[in-house]
Structures are given as C-alpha cells and as structure tokens.
Design a protein around this ligand. Structure first.
Ligand code: ATP
Length: 530
C-alpha cells in the first residue's frame, strides 16, 4: 500500500499552498527590491509623480506578503492534517490485534512516526517547493539586467539550497546510523532502571545500573556535540554563500544604481527562503526512519476481516499445531472435538502448550499447521468470536480504573446487582468503586485473580476458557471458588489446571506434554453443587 496515497484534490491543494507560499516570498522579495529602488531613486530628487507607483507598490506588497503567508499556512496545514488523519487511521487499522507490534513500539509508530511525517511535508517538501519557485523567479528577473549576475545568483542558490542540505543530511544520517545501537541500548537501560528499580535497589545494583546508563548518555552527548558542530559549520557556510552571492550580483549587475540596489537586495532576500532548508535537513534522516517504520506497518498483509456470525459454537481442532519462529512447536497434531456444552480439562507440565491451546480457541493465535474450525469454518471468517468465547487468562489486563468499570467491560449494561452476583461467585468482595491501580497494582495477587474471574463469570460466554484461574489462592479457598464458577457456567468449558481433582465430572481430560496430547480420558462423574 502506498503510504503517500494523496487524492488528486489534496495534491492540487498542496500545489495551491506551494503557489501561495511562493507568492508570499516573491511579494517579500519585490517589497525589498522596490523599497531599495525607492530610497535610491528618491535620493535623485525626481518629481513625486515618478515615485507614486513605487510608494503604492511598497504598501500593497507589504499587505500581500502577510496575507499570502497566512493563506499558505492555512492551505498547507489543511491538506497535511487531513492526510495525517487518514494515515493515522490506516496505521491504526494495520496495528490491530494480531499484528507483531505491541506496547511502546506500537505507540511510537502510531504517534511519533506519523507526526514526523507532518514535518516532512510542512518543513521540508513545501518550503523546498516554495524556495525553488521563488529562486527561479529571482534568477529570471536578475537575468533581465545581467546574465552573469543571474548565473552567480543561480549558483549561490544551488549551493545553499541543494549542496549544503545534502551535506547536512549526510552528516546527520551517518551519525544517526552510528548512534542507533547506543540509542537502543539507552532505551533498554532506561526501561530497566524504571521497571526493575525495586529489584536493583534490593540487590544493591542500582548505582551500577545507573552508571551504565550514564555512560551511554555521555557517549551519545559527545556524538551529538560533534554532529552539531559540523552542521553549525555548514549553516555558517550558507550565510557566507549568501554574502558572496549578494556581492557578486552587486558587482556583476551593470544597470542603473536604483535597479542594481533593488536586484542586490532581492538576491539577499531570496536566500532567506532557501537557507532554512539547511537547518531543516537535520531532521531528514529521522523523518526517513519514521517513514520506513510507517511503511513497514502498512506493508503488512491486512488481517482478513470476518463477516460470518456464530451459529452453534462447535469447535473442532484437526491436527492443529502452533510453531513460533525458531522455536520447537508449542502445540502439534492436536485433535479435539468441542461440541456445545462439553467440558474439557487440560493438564500438563509448564511449557506443555496449555495456554497456546486456549489462545487458539480465542482466535488470538493462528494455527501454523492443521485447522481450528468453528461450525466447520476457520475462526478468521467470524466477526463475533469474542462474544462466543472468552474467559480468564493468566495475563488478562486489569484497567487502571474502578472495579465496576473493569467488570462492565464484560457486560456494559449490567446492573450493580449483576456485578455483585458475579463478584460473589468469584468470592471477590471489594467495593465496586475501589480503584484498581495500573494493571491491578492496587490489588493483592489473589484479589486481582478473582476480579478477572468475576469478569469472566459476568460475560457468561457460550465457551468459557479458564487458565489456572485459582492458582494464586490457597487450595481449599481456590477449590471452593472454582466449584462455584463451574456450577454457574452453562456452556462449553475448557479449564487448564495443574490439579486433576478440579476436573471431576469433566467430559474429557487432555494431558499435554511438549505440545502433544499424551492421552485423552473422561474424568468421572460431575460433583453436585457446592
Ligand atoms: N509468543 C511466543 N513466542 C515464542 N514461544 C512461545 C510464545 N508463546 C509461548 N511460547 C512457547 O510455547 C511453549 C508453550 O507455551 P504455553 O504458554 O502454551 O505453555 P503452558 O503449558 O501454558 O505453560 P505454563 O503452565 O507454564 O503456563 C513454551 O515453550 C513457550 O516458551
């Protein structure tokens, strides 16, 4: 997908902005030239009538310059903000669950990288277009007085507007490539210092970790100083080129004194449009990197969007397998029939593939081998899978809000009575208005687990998946909570547990090891309600 995708209408708007910008700069040039001409012509004491046109022109050009600049800002920002809005939506869609981006990387791609592209248009593309138009016009006007002066002006403008920015891009690009590993290291160390602070303090290693991070900062600061010195020299060179070119135009222009003064000042003013490109070039490598990251997101194959609605809710796994790149298969050759209402328990040592099986059913994982079918169709074809299957996974997120808001996610229209009932089933007794802290940090481990369980109970899906839902509770309490949750579940249940006694009454027990099903068996009669 082409990420520059701009409609013809927006391309014309961009062109209009460039023309307005060029108009504003030409008005500024003409203003300077006319003012210079006026001063020198006035010194010759001509009749006032000979100056009237120039006097009116100075006032008109001053007004025109401001008006056109305002119009250019408006037109440029309108098209860029419209384009950015559309681009952000496309990036957001590409980043939907299932993409390989997550966390900070996702935020960076969605926010900073897209913002950087705004600068590509407003601070680089548009000013470069304006500079090219204004520069060409200034050279053309100078050529009417002296071809040599025009050549001098064109050469100076090319050095300042093309050669110097290119050199700045080379210098900063080289530095960015050299520093990239150190910047990545700094990001890692900073995250380590913040998230692992408690452990580092306990181990007495905070000073050492801090020292390592500071070394990286010092290295980057030294490199940044070197790059800044080089780009500052190139910026100064731009000013020098401006002075030399202006002097050359003054010397080579064999016209009347007022006309020579006008062209000389116009030449000097043209550089005011071109020289900002040298400063703006510093950001080009950064913008290029952002553009590459955004392009990578948009180039990912779009996730197929399902349109089918669930009918019965009959799952079937046929020789299903999941293989992560470079790893032994997490799950292989798994056959499982899961008609509505069936209860399946999953046992197995750590790393056996139990959670992977639940993730397959939830549609969070795509089988790399075999098939996972729902009513005979692949899960990707369904639009309403989350309404059918949900539950409590070990890494479920607790939102930084109240208990009530966390529960309402499962059933937005639930009354307080329903919330309290779900909480009672999961034996979760905190106030509904209690703050949960970031990812449940203001709750104990057991409270967090029961809140997640209460949310699963409230959702009451047709297929309930539970991943060691009472692992953190003391065994007797955990058994009682689980028994109440299972007694309330009416549909299919898939329960991952380390304790076979949780599976009394289940229709089938799968034991996994190294991703394979060792054996499947029934678990005996279902116990009565607790
Ligand atoms: N995203 C991933 N990338 C690479 N490997 C993964 C990924 N997720 C899981 N695995 C690997 O797949 C295997 C099965 O993991 P899974 O989480 O299903 O095990 P589990 O039986 O649920 O273990 P536990 O009882 O410890 O939760 C493990 O070896 C794990 O390291």
């Amino acid at each position: 997908m082409n990420f520059w995708a701009v409609s013809m209408k927006d391309a014309l708007r961009l062109l209009r902005a460039a023309l307005l910008g060029a108009g504003a700069e030409l008005a500024a040039l003409a203003l300077m030239a006319t003012a210079a001409w006026l001063l020198l012509r006035a010194a010759e004491r001509p009749p006032l009538a000979a100056l009237t046109v120039a006097i009116v022109a100075v006032r008109t050009l001053a007004l025109l310059r401001g008006g056109l600049r305002y119009a250019e800002r408006l037109a440029g920002h309108e098209v860029v903000l419209r384009w950015l809005g559309a681009l952000r939506t496309r990036v957001y869609r590409a980043l939907l669950p299932g993409s390989r981006y997550s966390g900070g990387d996702l935020v960076t791609r969605l926010v900073s990288d897209v913002d950087a592209l705004q600068d590509a248009v407003l601070r680089w593309l548009l000013p470069a277009g304006v500079a090219a138009l204004a520069g060409s016009a200034a050279v053309a006007v100078t050529a009417t007085a002296s071809a040599q002066a025009a050549v001098a002006l064109a050469s100076g403008l090319l050095v300042a507007g093309v050669l110097l920015p290119w050199l700045v891009i080379r210098v900063t690009g080289h530095a960015a490539r050299e520093d990239a590993p150190k910047r990545a290291e700094l990001a890692e160390r900073a995250v380590e210092l913040v998230t692992g602070r408690r452990e580092l303090v306990a181990a007495g290693a905070l000073g050492q970790a801090h020292g390592r991070a500071t070394d990286v900062v010092d290295h980057l600061a030294a490199s940044e100083r070197g790059t800044s010195a080089k780009t500052a020299l190139l910026t100064a060179a731009g000013t020098l080129v401006q002075l030399l070119t202006t002097a050359a135009v003054a010397l080579l222009c064999h016209a009347s004194v007022p006309w020579t003064a006008a062209l000389t000042l116009a030449a000097m003013t043209t550089f005011e449009v071109v020289l900002p490109l040298v400063g703006a070039a510093r950001r080009v490598p950064e913008i290029r990197a952002s553009a590459a990251r955004v392009r990578a997101v948009l180039a990912e194959p779009a996730l197929p969007r399902g349109t089918r609605s669930v009918q019965k809710g009959h799952f079937r796994l046929r020789r299903a397998g999941v293989r992560h790149p470079g790893r032994a298969p997490a799950l292989r050759d798994l056959d499982l029939d899961l008609p509505p209402g069936k209860r399946v328990g999953v046992l197995g040592p750590s790393g056996a593939g139990k959670t992977t099986l639940l993730r397959l059913l939830l549609g969070l994982e795509t089988p790399t081998d075999g098939q996972v079918l729902l009513d005979g169709h692949p899960l990707a074809e369904y639009a309403d899978l989350p309404a059918l299957v949900s539950g409590a996974l070990a890494d479920a997120h607790v939102f930084h809000t109240t208990v009530r808001e966390n529960l309402l996610l499962a059933k937005p229209q639930a009354t307080d009575e329903e919330l309290k009932e779900a909480c009672a089933t999961a034996d979760f007794d905190l106030d509904l208005d209690r703050d949960t802290g970031p990812d449940g940090a203001a709750l104990s481990g057991g409270q967090r687990q029961r809140l997640i369980l209460a949310r699963a109970v409230l959702a009451a899906p047709k297929v309930l998946v539970l991943d060691e839902p009472v692992e953190g509770l003391d065994p007797a309490h955990g058994d009682a909570v689980l028994a109440k949750v299972l007694a309330r579940a009416e549909g299919t249940v898939v329960l991952v547990t380390h304790r076979p006694e949780h599976l009394a009454g289940f229709d089938e027990v799968l034991t996994l090891e190294d991703g394979r099903a060792l054996r499947a068996s029934a678990a005996g009669p279902r116990p009565g309600p607790p």
